[in-house]
Design a binder for this molecule. Sequence first.
Ligand SMILES: [Zn+2]
Length: 257
Amino acid sequence: MKKKIILIVFVAVSIFTGIFLYNVYSVPVLMYHSIAQGAENSRLIVTPESFERQMSFLKKGNYHILSLDEYVQLLRENKKPDKRAVVITFDDGFLDNYTDAYPILKKYRIPATISVVPEWVGRGDMMSWEQIRELNGDELIEIASHGLSHCLLDTLSKDSTIRELRESKRVLEKKLNTVIDYLCYPCGNFTPFVKELAELSGYKAALATHPDARTALNDIYAIRRIRISQSSDNMLIFWVQVSGYYTFFKDRRVKRK
Ligand SMILES: [Zn+2]
């Protein structure tokens, strides 16, 4: 009798845990910036060696690496992926995305979205139009808008916000001869009104950073992302970040603050 009760409790706890984990799982969307040396000096830099180790880990671990398009479709349908999945994104359009990250993405056949700032193109350590055009020609790469000038959209007037959203889309579409479907809020800053304007400007979805649990996990105009920095050199940390539960627990932590 005692054994039977233990078994029933065990099965009940397992079912409850399974349902809980299924419900709180969300596809981790990784946010990279620069892939270069000097990661110890900036949270925006990951070394090419670490980046390759992380991409190789995802491939060997049989993660399903979704394009942003595929992920947004899942969110629209309120579906979970069939197996552990992950989405890769880069912000700002650094030159090393072309010289260092792209060869690794190609090697492992990993899709990624790169958000660029039209007014920064060709400057110092940023990619040129020629390089962005080449990336855009590869089916692995999706180019997104990161605003016209990287101004923080939650600080601008309505007219300036509209200009940042529409003009960046227009310039990118003209220069790349493509349709720009996605927006990435500069520094992840947005308001409910900015989200509305993004939708009205023709974007299918928008990437945020970590909106402090203010928005729903499946909000396609506030897609949460996980910043990958030097600390993710530790593969145990990276493994937790790509587990699909990191965002849920981070949301709880932010709420308690
Ligand atoms: Zn940025």
